[in-house]
Design a protein around this ligand. Structure first.
Ligand code: SF4
Length: 393
């Protein structure tokens, strides 16, 4: 993973390295920035610099931010004509629209199925449609293509990537695998088709515990690419694993202090946390689970208020499926945003690249279209079908 230097405009005095270990290095400078220190860091092997408006240390003192409102659906007058066009295209193409829980509300509203990665893979495996319109990020559409090599798979924006996927290049994984022939590689579905090819079994956050429990006992487990999910699975199963050092840039931005403040302010609220979050955040949770299980938890819980620690797109479904309940979104320390962007929301910039217009256009043009070499499809299908089989047990 590239080392990134994060520079805070109003942080602590002078140069202070807060974190290393191959992850993001957080560095604060006094304002104005000390040019010499920035240059010194660059020559020390740091490959990119992101400028922040606030420092990690000042996050808890950020005035007036104790939660943020998730995004509203597109206005009806704009959404309805597009939705009608999409419905007509769906009929004429014999298409199915699959959407991830993090998609914008208006895309969720036109989808045939909205769910997490596991549900989407299961739907993709079952569908009779001739065209799959995959509204999520690139690796998800790849998974649908691997399961349906003879069908047309289109996606609204081919550049919708994923920080987790990027963190695990197949070449580097292959090099690590060569160091131990006894590795059994469990790959979180958030990885490229090339990484899936190299894996023994795939998992999602919804079934990772079950998949790891089913792994051969005589093997050394290698878990890629999410270190936080892997760590949580180790805690749940007691099975040691070598963890790849990747993470989701959205989930690691949640801060324990901010969450603790919210818990104190809303003591009745249940805290629901995605396992891609850090351990110190997970420790404050009433439930740690995948997005699909979050919805089930919120439905069945007698509580009326929930603090949702994941990408905020899921709140649209929660509001629809859990009427009368309230969902609060904690603000994040958002290292990926530009200095002029004051938003502290937990939106994934990749998931939000898809729009209703792009859904319409990809159906009209049957492009961008997902294509993969046959050899990749053949090799990557095996660990995915293994996951689906274990998951169905
Ligand atoms: S939320 Fe995180 S894991 Fe999901 S697509 Fe965005 S960057 Fe990847």
């Amino acid at each position: 993973m590239a080392r990134a230097l994060i520079v805070s405009a109003n942080g602590a005095q002078n140069y202070q390295e807060c974190q290393s270990q191959g992850k993001r290095s957080i560095v604060t400078f006094s304002h104005p920035f000390d040019d010499t220190s920035v240059k010194a860091s660059l020559t020390a092997g740091i490959q990119s610099i992101r400028f922040l408006r606030m420092s990690e240390t000042s996050m808890t003192a950020w005035p007036g931010v104790d939660r943020f409102a998730p995004r509203e659906p597109m206005p009806k007058e704009q959404a309805e004509p597009l939705s009608r066009e999409i419905a007509n295209l769906k009929r004429s193409l014999n298409a199915v629209i699959l959407a991830h829980n993090y998609q914008v509300p208006e895309i969720q509203d036109v989808a045939d199925y909205v769910g997490d990665s596991l549900g989407l893979a299961q739907q993709a495996a079952l569908t009779q449609a001739e065209v799959i319109v995959f509204c999520g990020v690139h690796f998800m559409a790849e998974t649908a293509k691997i399961l349906n090599p003879n069908k047309i798979v289109v996606l609204p924006d081919k550049d919708a990537g994923c920080s987790l996927e990027e963190s695990c290049p197949a070449g580097q994984l292959a090099a690590l695998q060569r160091t131990n022939p006894n590795f059994w590689t469990v790959a979180y579905i958030n990885c490229s088709a090339a990484v899936k090819e190299l894996s023994d079994v795939i998992c999602t956050s919804g079934n990772a515990v079950k998949i790891v429990e089913a792994a051969p006992r005589d093997k050394d487990l290698l878990f890629v690419p999410d270190e936080n999910l892997g760590e949580w699975v180790m805690e749940q199963t007691g099975r040691p694993m070598t963890l790849w050092r990747g993470n989701c840039y959205v989930h690691v931005e949640f801060q324990r202090d901010v969450l603790a403040q919210m818990k104190a302010k809303y003591p009745q609220a249940k805290v629901v946390v995605h396992p891609e979050s850090t351990r110190e955040v997970r420790q404050l949770a009433d439930s740690v689970c995948s997005t699909e299980k979050m919805i089930a938890y919120c439905k069945s819980s007698p509580a009326k208020q929930f603090i949702i620690v994941t990408e905020s797109g899921i709140v649209h479904r929660m509001q629809k499926e859990c009427p009368g309940k309230e969902f609060l979104c904690p603000p994040v320390f958002n290292a990926m945003r530009a200095p002029a962007d004051p938003c502290h929301c937990s939106e994934c910039k990749f998931m939000k690249m898809n729009t209703l217009e792009k859904v319409r256009d990809c159906m009209k043009n049957l492009a961008p279209r997902l294509e993969l070499p046959q050899q990749t499809i053949n090799r990557a299908r095996l660990p995915i079908t293994r996951m689906l089989e274990i998951s169905a047990r």
